[in-house]
Design a protein around this ligand. Structure first.
Ligand code: COA
Length: 416
């Protein structure tokens, strides 16, 4: 079966997570992705957080599947020449080095365009061009802090909190992939490549748009009715941290189930959907709340929403999270279990949908990785293990037209 990006060649000049996640997604769509790495060391994630001595770390293997690895010292003349050849023959180059690093290497946008006007250059930086902080090196958590996620995550009596989801890294990578695909389509119309840039701050902010919504509502009305602070607490002039409140118009919270005293994940997320109130009241054994004016409308429930959640927790006290969901799903109530990473790792549904797959790596053996979250009826994604450092160097150099003597010369120049 053909793949959407068959025939598209990508130079993956990225490292750590934001850039690699983007290139990996495009590799899953069928592009030929050549990861360019520094000889001897490669992407720093090959060795960070290692769990097996001398084997590529999971941090690397889970972000670089379906790619080929080419080692090149792009600060040396021999390496630069190879990169130039690659640029001439490729469709896309992705990079996420520190601001200015590509220019310092000699690969300015103008120079890249002169080599191949059809090439799409896609970059991730911490902050956008011209931003007050444009020169900063940035990792995920800084972007979460500067993009609005940290200030709005956590509880009101605790500090700003970082999400376990890589909102600054993989999220930015996915934004970049969208930009690249749009630029590819634009190239069909114009024949020209272009520069695509996504800042990590912007990518986080894009996911925090509902909080920017709330800031404006707060400035107009002084309160945010769906936040736990209303009506009993106080508001200042900034959006407060809302704990586990739902971000939309339907109140929700994380509720304890049977066993929570010993199991940190014995919880469900419970949403009180306005239109499902009758079903909700019946499901939790309070049918009288359907007609009781003190509970019958969302407005009436507002000032006692935490009493209602407290009551639901008493109802949940003798049900584990899975038993609770089995009951609630029959009433069509929007809810779901809090799943631990262990439960996710061994979840049969996620294995069936290939959202989690097991692959066999030459050195480390079998490991779990995420599969493509994007499912398409016209193409399937087979996850292949990440490449060893420089595994495909000779193969790629030969494809670029180098003979054995020239390849040996490139290797010895890199070793000096
Ligand atoms: N051959 C020769 N030199 C290479 C090379 C290669 N194959 N690959 C990279 N380099 C060089 C770079 O040119 C750079 O050299 P310079 O500092 O002399 O210009 C050097 O390696 C270091 O690159 P840098 O990007 O500064 O790495 P770092 O480890 O110091 O910083 C980040 C890491 C992630 C903080 C930084 O790259 C960054 O801020 N990137 C943009 C934002 C981003 O993507 N962050 C998220 C990462 S998940």
């Amino acid at each position: 079966m053909s793949k959407p990006l068959d025939g598209i060649k990508i130079i993956d000049f990225t490292h750590v997570q934001a850039g690699p996640s983007c290139a990996q997604q495009l590799a899953w769509f069928g592009a030929d992705v050549i990861k360019v790495e520094r000889p001897g060391s490669g992407d720093a994630t090959r060795t960070s957080l290692r769990d097996i001595p001398d084997a590529d770390a999971l941090y690397f293997t889970m972000l670089n599947s379906n790619k080929r690895s080419l080692t090149l010292d792009t600060k040396k003349a021999e390496g630069k020449e190879v990169l130039e050849k690659l640029i001439r023959q490729s469709d896309i180059m992705i990079e996420n080095f520190a601001p200015g690093a590509l220019d310092r290497m000699g690969f300015t946008w103008e120079y890249i365009q002169s080599l191949n006007p059809r090439l799409i250059l896609a970059s991730v930086k911490g902050f956008s061009d011209g931003h007050f902080y444009e020169d900063l090196k940035v990792y995920d958590n800084v972007a979460q802090a500067a993009g609005g996620a940290a200030t709005t995550t956590g509880f009101w009596d605790g500090p700003p909190t970082i999400s376990g989801a890589a909102l600054g890294d993989s999220n930015t990578g996915m934004h970049l992939a969208i930009g690249i695909l749009a630029a590819l389509q634009h190239r069909h119309l114009t024949g020209l490549g272009q520069k695509v840039a996504v800042s990590m701050q912007d990518a986080v902010l894009n996911l925090c748009r509902v909080k920017l919504r709330d800031q404006q509502r707060l400035e107009r009305t002084g309160v945010l009715e769906e936040y736990p602070q209303y009506p009993h607490g106080t508001f200042t002039d900034v959006v407060p941290r809302g704990g586990n409140a739902g971000g939309g118009g339907q109140p929700g919270w994380i509720l304890k189930c049977k066993g929570w005293e010993n199991d940190p994940n014995a919880y469900i997320y419970f949403t009180i959907q306005g239109t499902a109130w009758e079903a909700t009241a019946r499901a939790i054994g309070k049918p009288e709340w359907v007609t009781d004016p003190a509970y019958a409308t969302a407005k009436a429930r507002q000032d006692k929403i935490f009493d209602i959640f407290a009551y639901i927790e008493t109802w949940l006290a003798d049900k584990d999270k899975f038993e609770a969901i089995e009951i609630l799903r029959k009433f069509d109530i929007p809810c779901g279990p809090v799943l631990s990473m262990k439960e996710i790792a061994y979840d049969e549904s996620l294995r069936r949908s290939k959202s989690i797959v097991e692959v066999d790596h030459k050195v480390r053996g079998k490991y779990l990785t995420v599969g493509s979250p994007i499912k398409m009826s016209g193409a399937t994604v087979e996850i292949t293990p990440s490449p060893l450092l420089g595994e495909h160097t000779d193969e790629v150099l030969a494809e670029l037209g180098y003979n054995a003597t020239q390849i040996a010369a490139i290797h010895s120049a890199a070793a000096v």
